[in-house]
Design a protein around this ligand. Structure first.
Ligand code: SF4
Ligand code: SF4
Length: 125
């Protein structure tokens, strides 16, 4: 989730001439994978020390992962599909680091939110 998210919020506005080239997957104007399922941002291989850094208010009551409401991670700020950021980006769970723009989970989440997936290009890193 939010694999390529930064801790800042950027709205994506493309000049008309750029409509001729594939739009990149832009995590900062997306956030779909962080607002898809409470089953996704689960803890896995984090150390106790790493988990202790996450504010308790953002952790699920059963301590299994991030707290979510209607599938949306409580750490997600902004509006999905417009401008979002992870408020704990530097200390986000391992699963969030593994999700990459354009991977199968990304496409599932984007489709669920009605965001485009076809003809998209991967971000340049
Ligand atoms: S769904 Fe894909 S493009 Fe959107 S934030 Fe997640 S990884 Fe990035
Ligand atoms: S912790 Fe951050 S990256 Fe992970 S699901 Fe929540 S908002 Fe997304």
């Amino acid at each position: 989730m939010l694999a390529a998210f930064g801790s800042f919020n950027v709205r994506s506005r493309r000049p008309p001439m750029l409509d001729l080239v594939p739009a990149p997957f832009d995590c900062q104007s997306c956030g779909a994978c962080c607002s898809y399922s409470a089953e996704w941002p689960r803890f896995s291989f984090e150390s106790d020390a790493a988990l202790d850094l996450i504010p308790p208010a953002l952790v699920a009551a059963d301590l299994s992962g991030m707290a979510c409401e209607d599938g949306r991670c409580r750490a997600l700020a902004g509006r999905v599909g417009e401008g979002t950021s992870c408020t704990i980006y530097a200390i986000r769970p391992e699963v969030c680091r593994e999700c990459q723009p354009g991977d199968p989970e990304c496409l599932i989440a984007r489709r669920a939110h009605g965001l485009p997936v076809d003809g998209m290009s991967l971000p340049q890193v």
